[in-house]
Design a protein around this ligand. Structure first.
Ligand code: NAD
Ligand code: G6P
Ligand code: MN
Length: 450
């Protein structure tokens, strides 16, 4: 097996140590020659990189090279795989994305509704630049992007790089949900084969099979209805917010029992309930700052101080393992089946060809080969079309620097609906993001003064 050169962009991410542990756990499936971290924030990256260096020294002695840098050319030259996990504006801007809509009684969430729009408009610019840079230095590298909001980023990259066949957008949520299904069934998550359709953070499992073709869908539905639903993956199992989110699946399944929902549908199906349980002074960003980020930084500090992992609690999670299994299937043409984002082109028969949909695909060394879904029923089609129009309009707003398109996008979103409310949220978002999207700030002034 050829050994790969992997670059991780956003080396300072809270997910990097988990990714390193997953690379260790998956070294037989995805053997590496080198790992390179790249980040724009040298300080944030250094702590994570120094701890990773110790982990790799002890647990991956076969690795020939580990380095970290803030120089693009050094990072991106001779890459085989590039994993992208950046957060433009950091958790500080995430907090504003969540607080501003709540002020007007709308859902405040990282990837859904107005928060998703704001984060999307910030991410697009950096992501387009990064993909141009990667292609400049490593024209043939596989790019696996999971930077959020993945739906909006995927649509923007589809427009900017229409011919790029080695760029894949991916989300771990379906896999994290499948970890809980696997727990119910007493099986390994990679032994399950999903049937699924939708958009990113907006989809449904229609069936859950195993590799022998046995259908476990009804068993899973019955277990959720009778015994409840809990997160089981190590990263989220003990997190009160994720526990509540998984619990909400019980209500979704009771109201809409046909298919098993993605957890993110809670924001679109129960927006009022979601707003009610939010505390504007302790939104998810604050919980992550005091939770995952703090925990990861303390873990890194401990490993660096001890100069060993001997006393550290290190865990492998589905996030890293999922990305790596997908990468392995591309590198070695395994033909494994994973849920990923692809351009529709008839996969879901009654949705537009140019929609970025999330569906199961066979992952090969020529890219993802999605399985046909066929026609979807009116409820799902209606839900998806509204969300798709919102996503497309956000990306239009970016490329056209258009205040009007952004206002249309927010008005269409199920978490907003009311046009005057959409305008108020948008105006506050534009003010808060004027360092990131000055173009929209300018467009608003022209529109309002016209
Ligand atoms: P984080 O802020 O801890 O880490 C992001 C890192 O990226 C930071 O170190 C930052 O300095 C760096 N960065 C920002 N802009 C950059 C740029 N232009 N070039 C290089 N580096 C840059 O964030 P996090 O919470 O660890 O999340 C990282 C990303 O992964 C986010 O976009 C998050 O939403 C995403 N994510 C997605 C999924 C999914 O299912 N799609 C799952 C987990 C995380
Ligand atoms: C899931 C989603 C991701 C999201 C992550 C973290 O894995 O698929 O897109 O970034 O959760 O969410 P959190 O609120 O814990 O930062
Ligand atoms: Mn996701």
């Amino acid at each position: 097996m050829k050994k790969q050169n992997l670059v991780v962009i956003g080396g300072g991410s809270t997910y990097t140590i988990g990714m390193v542990m997953s690379l260790v756990a998956e070294k037989e499936q995805f053997p590496l020659r080198s790992i390179t971290f790249y980040d724009t924030n040298a300080v944030r990256q250094e702590k994570i990189a120094k701890a990773s260096e110790i982990i790799l020294r002890e647990k991956y002695p076969e690795l020939e090279e580990f380095r970290y840098t803030t120089d693009k050319k050094t990072a991106l030259t001779d890459a085989d795989f590039v994993f992208v996990q950046i957060r433009t504006g950091g958790l500080a801007m995430r907090e504003k994305d969540e607080q501003i809509p709540l002020k007007y009684g709308a859902v405040g969430q990282e990837t859904c509704g107005p928060g998703g729009m704001a984060y999307g408009l910030r991410s697009i610019k950096d992501m387009i630049q990064l993909v141009h840079d990667i292609r400049h230095y490593s024209p043939d590298a596989w790019i696996l992007n999971y930077t959020n909001p993945a739906a909006i980023v995927a649509e923007a990259l589809r427009r900017e790089f229409p011919e790029d066949r080695k760029l894949l957008n991916i989300c771990d949520m379906p896999a994290a949900i499948m970890v809980s299904y696997a727990g119910i069934l007493g099986k390994d998550v990679f032994d399950l084969v999903p049937e699924y359709f939708g958009l990113n953070h907006f989809g449904w499992f229609t069936k859950v099979l195993d590799k022998d073709g046995h259908d476990h869908t009804e068993t899973i539905k019955r277990a959720i209805t009778e015994d409840g639903f809990i997160p089981e993956d190590a990263e989220i199992a003990n997190d009160p917010s994720w526990i509540k989110t998984f619990k909400q699946v019980e209500q979704m399944l009771s109201d809409f029992p046909e298919y098993l929902p993605n957890t993110y549908l809670q924001y679109y199906l129960y927006p009022s309930q979601m707003v009610e349980k939010e505390d504007v002074d302790n939104t998810r960003a604050r919980q992550v700052i005091n939770g995952r980020e703090k925990r990861v930084h303390e873990l890194a500090d401990q490993i660096i101080a001890d100069d060993t992992t001997a006393h550290a609690e290190l865990e492998v999670d589905i996030h890293g393992r999922y990305m790596i299994r997908v990468a392995a299937s591309m590198a070695y043409n395994n033909g494994d089946i994973f849920i990923v984002m692809v351009e529709n082109n008839g996969t879901i028969a009654n949705l537009p060809d140019d929609a970025m949909v999330e569906v199961p695909a066979m992952i090969t060394n020529r890219g993802p080969k999605p399985f046909s879904v066929g026609h979807i029923d009116t409820f799902y089609k209606g839900m998806i079309e509204g969300q798709l129009a919102y996503e497309k309009l956000v990306v239009d707003a970016y490329f056209e620097n258009s205040y009007e398109k952004a206002l249309q996008a927010l008005t269409l979103n199920r978490t907003v609906v009311d046009a005057p409310r959409a305008r108020k949220i948008l105006d506050d978002m534009i003010e808060a993001n004027k360092d990131y999207w000055p173009e929209l700030y300018h467009s608003r002034r022209l529109t309002v003064n016209a």
